[in-house]
Design a protein around this ligand. Structure first.
Ligand SMILES: Nc1ncnc2c1ncn2[C@@H]1O[C@H](COP(=O)(O)OP(=O)(O)OP(=O)(O)O)[C@@H](O)[C@H]1O
Length: 681
C-alpha cells in the first residue's frame, strides 16, 4: 500500500473539532511563591487540516499548554476538560495518534537520515496495513517532500560527529513523525536554532502536510517572521498563562485594531508580543503593561462569550466551525473572504521580501494551494506534496506490530549502531588484547610447583574481574546516552519494552563475546591451563555466563540511575564491594555471617568458583622440601579457599539466573520507575 493509499482511513466526523479543551487551569507548587497558576482558564478547539501556532512572550505558558494538550505535562495540578474527537481521551490510543516533535532533536547520531526514517516507519506503521515495500516507499516520499533526498545517506550527527545541518535535522525529526499516520502533529519550537529560511521552510512544509493529510498541526513558535505568521490558520496568543486571542491568524490584526491597538510593527508577531509582554523596566511601566494585558484578556473573554451567545441564538452549536473563536477549518477557509488574509500578508511583508526572489509564499485559502511568490524550491515542494491524497483522519490507534517484527527491526538498528560505535568496538578489542598480553605473559606456562597455585588463583581471579568492569561501564554509558531516545520512543508507544531489551542485549552480545572468547583462548594456551577439551568448553561456558550477567548488570544500573556521572561513581563502588565476596579477597566460607548472603547475589563468586574448580580439579602439585605449607592436590586448594561449595554447572546456571534477574529488574525499573507520570484529562 502506497503513501497515497492512506485514503482507506476513516473520514473525520463532519464539523467536530479533533481536539477541544475547556477551562484548563494548571497549578504548580514553587518554594518561593507557593502555588502558582501557570495556565488560567484556557479554552479552545482545533480542527483537522489546521495549522495552529501558540505564541506569547517567554514564560507565557506556550510549552505548558502544548504539553497539556499533548498529554505530556508532569507534576502540579491540572483541571479542566480535554476531548479528542468529542470524547474523553484514552491515553494509550491518544499517544499513538499524536506525533510529537520535541524541541531537541533526539535521534541516533550514527544512523543515516534514511535509516532513521525507515526504522520509524517499520516500527510504527502497522504490518497489517503496510508491506515492507510500502513503508520504504513512504520513506522515499517523505524524504522527497521534506527535501531530504540529497542527504538521505548522511549521518544525523551530533556529539562531535559532523552530520546534517540543523534545519535538515529538524526536518528529519518531523519526517520521523510524518512517516506514520498521526491525526495530530505537535511541534515544540520547531524553528528554534534555525535560520529564517530553514524555519520558514519547516513551517511551510508542515502547513502543506496538514492540508494534504488533513492533519491538525499545533506548534509553539517564538517570534516568527511576517511570512511565517501568514502561513498559520489560527493563532493562540498567551500572556502570563491567559488567553489574549484565539482565532484566525488573518483576523488577529483587525481584532486588536478594533480594540484600539493598531499595528505598530511590520512583523505582526513582534506587534503581538509587544502588546502582550509585561514591561519590567520600571514600576510604572509594569503597572501600565499589566493593566493592558488584563484588559486584553478580559476583552477576549467577553468577546468569546458574545460569540458563543450569538452562535447559540442562531441555533448553531457553540463549537460550530464558523465561530470566530473556534477558528476555521480547511474547507471553510475556502468560504471565507480572502481579502483580510491577503491584506494581512501584503501589509506585513516588507518590500524587500516581496520584491526579492527569496522564499516567500502566501497561502490562498480558496484554491488550497500555495501561490508562489518566488523560488523554484518552493514550487517543487508544493508539487511533491499536492500529489498526495488525504482528507482523512484516524481516530483509532493502529494495532501494535508483531513482537518478533519489532525485535528484528530494533535488532537491525541496534546492530548498526553498535557496529558504528567505534570507541566501543575498538575499546573492547583493545582491552582484550592488552589483557591477553598481560595475563598471558605474567602467568606464562604455569607449572605444577607451589608458586603455580598462587599464579593460577591470580590468573583466574583477574580473568573474572576483567569480564565485568570493562564491559559494564562502557555498555552502561552507551545505554544511558541513548536513554532520551528510548524515552521519546516509549512515550509515543513505538514498541514494547520487552522488544527493546531483547534487541538491545542481543546486539551487544556478539560485540562483547567475540573479543572475550579470543582473550580466553589466548590465555588458556599462554598460561597453559589444564589441556582438556571438556575443561576448555566448561571454562568458555562459565565466561559466557558471567558476560551475560555483566550485561544484565549494565542494563539494571542504566535504568536505576538517572545521571551518567552518578552511575560512573556507583558502578565501580558496587562492583568493588561485590568483589569482596568472590572468594579470593576473603575466604568464601569465613565471611561475617550477617554479610555471607551477599556472595549468593555476587556474579564474581559464581564465575570465580566455576573457573577455580574447573582448573584445580584433577591437578597435583609438587611440594618444596621444608616448606611450611604445601598443597598436594587441587582439591586441597579448593578446600582451603572454600570454593567448592557449589558444583560448576550450578555456578554457571546461577550466573545466568542472576543475569536474567538483572534484566527483569531493569525492565521493571524502566516500566515503573522511569515511566513519566503524565497528568491526564
Ligand atoms: N513544573 C513547573 N514548576 C515551576 N514553574 C513552572 C513549571 N512549569 C512551568 N513553569 C513556569 O511557568 C511559566 C511558563 O512556562 P513555559 O515553559 O510554558 O513558558 P513558555 O511560554 O514556553 O516560555 P519560553 O518561550 O521561554 O520557552 C514559566 O514561568 C515557567 O517557569
Amino acid at each position: 500500500m502506497a503513501f497515497e493509499g492512506s485514503a482507506s482511513r476513516c473520514k473525520t466526523a463532519d464539523g467536530n473539532p479533533i481536539l477541544s479543551w475547556s477551562n484548563l487551569n494548571y497549578d504548580v507548587k514553587t518554594k518561593q511563591h507557593g502555588v502558582r497558576r501557570i495556565l488560567n482558564d484556557i479554552s479552545g478547539q482545533i480542527y483537522p487540516g489546521e495549522l495552529v501556532a501558540i505564541m506569547g512572550s517567554s514564560g507565557a505558558g506556550k510549552t505548558t499548554l502544548l504539553n497539556v494538550l499533548a498529554g505530556r505535562v508532569q507534576g502540579g495540578r491540572l483541571y479542566g476538560d480535554i476531548k479528542f474527537n468529542g470524547a474523553t481521551r484514552d491515553p494509550h490510543t491518544f499517544k499513538r495518534m499524536l506525533a510529537f516533535v520535541e524541541q531537541d532533536d533526539l535521534m541516533f547520531s550514527l544512523l543515516s537520515v534514511e535509516e532513521t526514517l525507515l526504522a520509524s516507519a517499520q516500527l510504527r506503521l502497522s504490518d497489517e496495513k503496510y508491506t515492507d515495500s510500502d513503508k520504504r516507499q513512504r520513506v522515499e516520499t517523505v524524504l522527497r517532500q521534506l527535501r531530504l533526498s540529497h542527504v538521505k545517506d548522511s549521518k544525523i550527527g551530533g556529539h562531535g560527529l559532523r552530520g546534517v545541518s540543523g534545519g535538515e535535522r529538524k526536518r528529519v525529526s518531523i519526517g520521523m513523525e510524518l512517516v506514520t499516520d498521526p491525526s495530530i502533529l505537535v511541534l515544540d519550537e520547531p524553528s528554534s536554532g534555525l535560520d529564517s529560511s530553514s524555519a520558514e521552510m519547516v513551517v511551510e512544509l508542515t502547513k502543506e502536510m496538514s492540508r494534504q493529510r488533513n492533519l491538525c498541526t499545533l506548534m509553539t513558535i517564538h517570534q516568527p517572521s511576517a511570512e511565517m505568521v501568514a502561513k498559520f490558520d489560527k493563532l493562540i496568543l498567551l500572556s502570563q498563562g491567559k488567553l489574549v486571542y484565539m482565532g484566525p491568524a488573518s483576523q488577529a490584526l483587525s481584532y486588536f485594531e478594533n480594540q484600539g491597538y493598531p499595528s505598530t510593527n511590520s512583523n505582526p508577531a513582534n506587534f503581538f508580543i509587544d502588546l502582550m509582554t509585561v514591561d519590567f523596566a520600571s514600576d510604572e511601566a509594569m503597572r501600565r503593561s499589566e493593566q493592558r494585558v488584563q484588559a486584553l484578556v478580559d476583552h477576549f473573554a467577553e468577546y468569546r462569550e458574545r460569540d458563543s451567545a450569538s452562535q447559540a441564538s442562531k441555533g448553531q452549536m457553540v463549537s460550530s466551525h464558523k465561530s470566530f473563536v473556534s477558528g476555521v477549518t480547511t474547507g471553510e477557509i475556502a468560504n471565507m473572504p480572502t481579502s483580510s488574509e491577503q491584506d494581512f500578508n501584503t501589509q506585513h511583508l516588507d518590500s524587500k521580501s516581496r520584491n526579492s526572489n527569496s522564499s516567500v509564499s502566501i497561502y490562498d485559502g480558496r484554491s488550497e494551494k500555495i501561490t508562489q511568490m518566488a523560488g523554484p524550491i518552493r514550487a517543487s515542494i508544493t508539487n511533491d506534496i499536492t500529489n498526495e491524497v488525504a482528507n482523512i483522519v484516524y481516530y483509532e490507534a493502529p494495532p501494535m506490530n508483531r513482537w518478533l517484527n519489532e525485535v528484528l527491526v530494533l535488532l537491525k538498528r541496534d546492530w548498526i549502531l553498535s557496529k558504528r560505535n567505534m570507541p566501543l568496538v575498538y575499546g573492547l578489542i583493545g582491552e582484550c588484547v592488552v589483557n591477553l598480553i598481560f595475563l598471558g605473559f605474567v602467568f606464562f606456562q604455569l607449572g605444577k610447583d607451589q608458586s603455580s597455585v598462587q599464579n593460577r588463583i591470580g590468573a583466574l581471579f583477574s580473568l573474572t574481574v576483567q569480564c565485568t568492569f570493562p564491559v559494564i561501564i562502557p555498555v552502561m554509558t552507551v545505554i544511558m546516552t541513548s536513554r532520551d531516545v528510548l524515552l521519546r520512543e516509549r512515550s509515543g508507544g513505538t514498541y514494547r519494552m520487552t522488544s527493546y531489551f531483547f534487541a538491545k542485549s542481543l546486539s551487544f552480545f556478539p560485540l562483547v563475546i567475540a573479543p572475550y572468547y579470543v582473550m580466553y583462548i589466548g590465555m588458556y594456551f599462554l598460561a597453559h591451563l589444564q589441556y582438556d577439551a571438556a575443561k576448555f568448553f566448561i571454562g568458555l561456558a562459565n565466561l559466557t555466563a558471567i558476560l551475560f550477567a555483566a550485561l544484565g548488570f549494565s542494563f539494571a544500573m542504566s535504568m536505576a540511575v538517572r545521571s551518567l556521572e552518578v552511575a560512573h561513581i556507583i558502578t565501580p563502588v558496587s562492583l568493588g564491594t561485590l568483589m569482596l565476596f568472590a572468594g579470593n579477597l576473603s575466604n568464601a566460607k569465613a565471611i561475617t555471617p550477617v554479610l555471607r548472603w551477599l556472595k549468593y547475589v555476587c556474579i564474581y563468586y559464581y564465575a570465580y568458583s566455576g573457573f577455580v574448580q574447573n582448573e584445580f580439579d584433577g591437578l597435583e602439585f609438587t611440594c618444596t622440601p621444608g616448606a611450611a605449607i604445601c598443597y598436594q592436590t587441587g582439591q586441597d586448594v579448593l578446600n582451603t579457599y572454600g570454593l567448592n561449595e557449589l558444583p560448576i554447572w550450578e555456578c554457571i546456571l546461577l550466573n545466568v539466573v542472576l543475569g536474567i534477574a538483572f534484566y527483569a529488574l531493569a525492565y521493571c525499573l524502566l516500566r515503573w520507575k522511569a515511566k513519566p507520570r503524565y497528568l491526564w484529562l
